[in-house]
Design a protein around this ligand. Structure first.
Ligand SMILES: *[C@@H]1O[C@H](CO)[C@@H](O)[C@H](O)[C@H]1NC(C)=O
Ligand SMILES: *[C@@H]1O[C@H](CO)[C@@H](O)[C@H](O)[C@H]1NC(C)=O
Ligand SMILES: *[C@@H]1O[C@H](CO)[C@@H](O)[C@H](O)[C@H]1NC(C)=O
Ligand SMILES: *[C@@H]1O[C@H](CO)[C@@H](O)[C@H](O)[C@H]1NC(C)=O
Length: 464
């Protein structure tokens, strides 16, 4: 058979296959058989592949499965909607007859009435800090999240800590690194490294600190303002918890006093008033914000443990911004990278994935939804409010859409030295168009408009 004959034969065979294909049970889906209604000629692509061309457009490949539904699958309500939400989407679902926690349902439209594109099992990718048990102490509080709350979150754990002016998170160390973002106020940090070099800095709102694994440190709210401080801590280990910290007072309370006195070559009486148990967080007297560390014959820590992230100029997209801090700008931070993103109403953090690292997120302002695609047809949509944690494992595709009418602001945090992501649009823009076309049956014009420059955030859709 010559090529043309083969193509015609295949086309005949194909039209029979199409006629026999089930249309699918989604009533919104365009039936495959409608393809044959558009005027088309058939050309051979070689090796038995067949493609049709429609007027105006070049080669269009042959569909082998029904088209996806055109249903936009918007979120169906928000927190200000007056009516009680019902798990109904189009012809699917039914009202709730039993008890209902209305505020929770209002916050989670995409759990109660999921987009029809959601499927299978993804695991829980939302944890509000407000559902963590809060430990109240004299001088502040601490609440934490790790794999116990979110089994997906294997690579990082978080803590949210509040210190009143002068309050101290006592001198301690742990076997994993500690990264922090100051949410409010300012925090004074101190440290001494393994070579005996010391460090003191005051870290302000929107700024970061980082301590490498095992390096001792303390955190204290300054009295620069009446509010004290609140910050987010991230540990690059999903199982990290309070039990894994080594505290100065805890150690000494559990060491024979004879040994303490021998260690420091003084008398037991000198240690009369040390605490009998750990202090953990306790009220204290703030030291001057600009205080210098004591004279250190060993010198100062060469790479700062503190980074003025608040002073980094964000990259501006159409009404949206992104700024990144990783070891390229904050060299000591070799295990944590962060991207702080703002998204205006109607806009979206574009569809992407992170090739090598899990993402731990904290929502700071506004409301959002994200669909997390976990391969093999598994996808689930979650809604987020300020104070919520999100988690996306390595490689899982996602977007983050502003669902409100105010600016959405969030942190994306990774256990890596370099921020990295792969953009869906850039990938498709830089792949041979004929190949993209054979997957998605898009017009040449649509493909030609894909942007070859990576856009982290895309604006409201002006074409729909
Ligand atoms: C803050 O603490 C410093 C150092 O202890 C002290 O000199 C200063 O008066 C305090 N400021 C306020 C507003 O309490
Ligand atoms: C919330 O939903 C209502 C409709 O129930 C809509 O009128 C309003 O604009 C929405 N608010 C936001 C912030 O999207
Ligand atoms: C935002 O939405 C809320 C509730 O839907 C409404 O009360 C408020 O006026 C809106 N704000 C703006 C700036 O549109
Ligand atoms: C592609 O994105 C870049 C960066 O946001 C933007 O400057 C440019 O205008 C975009 N190009 C097109 C054709 O949309």
């Amino acid at each position: 058979m010559n090529k043309l004959a083969a193509a015609v034969f295949c086309a005949v065979l194909y039209s029979r296959v199409v006629a026999a294909l089930p249309v699918g049970d989604d009533s919104h889906a365009t039936p495959v058989s409608s393809v044959s209604s558009s005027p088309s000629i058939t050309v051979a692509l070689g090796e038995g592949a067949v493609a049709t061309t429609t007027s105006g457009d070049a080669v269009l490949p042959s569909p082998t499965v029904p088209y996806a539904s055109d249903d936009p699958n918007y979120w169906l309500w928000n927190e200000t909607t007056m009516e009680d939400p019902e798990p109904i989407r189009g012809s699917l679902g039914g009202s709730i007859l039993g008890p209902q926690n209305v505020p929770i349902d209002k916050q989670n439209p995409d759990l109660l009435a999921a987009p029809t594109t959601d499927n299978g099992d993804v695991g829980n990718a939302k944890w509000p800090f407000g559902l963590s048990k809060n430990r109240l102490v004299s001088g502040g509080w601490i609440r934490t999240q790790n794999v116990e709350q979110m089994p997906l979150a294997k690579a990082m754990a978080g803590a949210n800590i509040r210190l009143e002016p002068g309050a101290i998170r006592e001198l301690h160390w742990h076997n994993v690194a500690e990264w922090a973002y100051v949410l409010e106020g300012s925090t004074q940090i101190t440290s001494v490294d393994q070579l005996g070099r010391n460090y003191v800095a005051t870290v302000n709102k929107g700024d970061l600190w980082y301590f490498p694994p095992g390096i001792p440190h303390s955190l204290q709210a300054t009295n620069d303002s009446a509010i004290g401080t609140e910050f987010l801590l991230i540990f690059p280990s999903g199982t990290f918890g309070d039990d894994n910290t080594f505290l100065l007072t805890d150690w000494l309370a559990h060491t024979p006093k004879e040994v303490i006195a021998k260690n420091f070559q003084n008398s037991i009486e000198d240690w009369d008033q040390i605490p009998s148990r750990d202090l953990y967080i306790f009220p204290g007297v703030a030291l001057p914000s600009d205080q210098k560390p004591p004279f250190d014959p060993n010198g100062q820590i060469p790479q700062p443990f503190f980074f003025e992230f608040s002073k980094v100029k964000p990259t501006q997209y159409s009404g949206e911004t992104v700024k990144i801090a990783d070891s390229t700008t904050f060299p000591i931070s070799t295990e944590i990278a962060v991207s702080e993103v703002t998204v205006e109403p109607g806009a979206m953090r574009a569809m992407h994935w992170h090739p090598t690292q899990d993402e731990w997120g904290l929502f700071l302002e506004g409301t959002a939804r994200a669909t997390i695609y976990a391969a093999s047809g598994n996808a689930q949509t979650f809604d987020y409010q300020p104070g919520d944690i999100s988690y996306v494992p390595t490689g899982w595709g996602h977007y983050i859409e502003n669902t409100g009418n105010t600016t959405l602001r969030f942190l994306e945090i990774f256990n890596t030295d370099r921020f990295e992501d792969v953009s869906l649009e850039q990938w498709l823009a830089l792949t041979p168009p004929a190949l993209v076309k054979q997957h998605l049956q898009l017009s040449d014009n649509t493909i030609a408009k894909f942007n070859k420059t990576k856009n982290y955030v895309v604006g409201p859709n002006k074409s729909s």
